[in-house]
Design a protein around this ligand. Structure first.
Ligand code: PEP
Ligand code: MN
Length: 335
């Protein structure tokens, strides 16, 4: 719509798109409104709509992902997680914490140290998608309770993985952001359920998913009306075996060009090795990541999951100090 199009003009276009059988998503930017009409209509003539009052331009989004595309929302999305934490703006947001909640002592110790170092979000899993059914599966709701208490004490938001739609209602009481893990990126039933809620979702790239597939998975959530989606590059599987995964840093600028959604980077799962986490975190911030997801443990050698890739609190503090020097070089800041 034109800058300054009236509400009546916008409503008229909306009504006509709906009458033509489209699902319409409205995005109100700083200067103008974009109406995204999604549907399959072979005989649709977009010139009919160009003639309506207040319409500036009608264009077809040729990419398979529509609502996730930057064409739909050129100015970029900022996802509000709560407590003043906003992902996608000038500030690079760091989420840190253990792979899994293990005990009260552990989660409180880690929460205190990461908060002191400048993390804004406490990450920890309570439902763990472990490759082996015999590995530690997480503490479940009890873990979420402990995590919430620790986060509240140190003024942090929380993000934790959801594996099944049936967990969403219970988890809503404890988490500020739902994480969809790499193994569930194409669990479309789960994605649709997360489209129905109005809480932020951190969608991790599947280990063999293309960027287009990641954006199409995001599209499932957006199509339900939940626009608070943050993507996450966490490494992909290649022929290389030295690192756990291959960190696809190029995905950061590529996705920022294709989509308005913020993108975070997870150098912990991307490398699988503690000594490689800081260099890759620094590279991700330099490449323009909107945030980082980093595993930190107070006693990594005895961690119940992902100890080898977890930073010790002092290493995390040191990394944050380095990131505070790197971020301003590209016009960003980090607290
Ligand atoms: C995690 O964040 O602990 C996790 C299981 O990550 P991913 O889904 O990327 O493997
Ligand atoms: Mn992990």
């Amino acid at each position: 719509m034109h800058e300054g199009a009236t509400e009546a003009q916008i409503q008229n276009v909306l009504d006509r798109l709906i009458a033509a059988g489209f699902n319409v998503h409205r995005s109100t930017g700083e200067s103008h409104t974009v109406l995204g009409a999604v549907g399959v209509h072979r005989d649709f003539d977009h010139r009919d709509f160009e003639l309506l009052d207040g319409v500036r331009e009608v264009m077809r989004i040729t990419q398979p992902f529509k609502l996730a595309s930057r064409q739909f929302k050129p100015e970029g999305t900022i996802v509000d997680v709560g407590r003043g934490v906003r992902i996608g703006g000038n500030e690079v947001i760091v989420a840190a914490g253990p792979c899994s909640v293990e005990s009260r002592e552990q989660i409180f110790a880690v929460a205190e140290s990461v908060a002191k170092s400048g993390a804004k979000i406490l990450r920890a899993g309570a439902f763990k998608p472990r490759t082996s059914p015999y590995a530690f599966q997480g503490l479940g709701e009890k873990g979420l309770q402990l995590m919430r208490e620790a986060a509240d004490k140190f003024n942090l938001c929380t993000v934790s993985e959801v594996m099944d739609p049936s967990q969403i209602a219970m988890m809503s009481g404890y988490v500020d952001m739902f994480q969809v893990g790499a193994r569930n990126m194409q669990n479309y039933h789960l994605l649709r359920a997360l489209g129905e809620i109005r809480k932020p979702v951190l969608l991790k790239r599947g280990m063999s998913a293309t960027m287009e597939e990641l954006l199409l998975s995001a599209e499932y959530i957006l199509a339900g009306g939940n626009f608070s989606v943050v993507l996450c590059e966490r490494g992909i599987r290649t022929f290389e075996t030295y690192t756990r995964n291959t960190f696809d840093i190029a995905a950061i600028p590529v996705i920022q060009k294709l989509s308005h959604l913020p993108i975070m980077a997870d150098p912990s799962h991307a490398t699988g090795r503690r000594d490689k986490v800081a260099p890759m975190a620094r590279a991700a911030v330099a490449a323009g990541a909107d945030g980082l997801l980093i595993e930190v443990h107070n006693d990594p050698d005895h961690a119940l999951s992902d100890g080898a890739q977890s930073l010790e609190p002092a290493q995390f503090a040191q990394l944050m100090a380095e990131l505070r020097i790197i971020a301003p070089a590209i016009g960003r800041r980090i607290s």
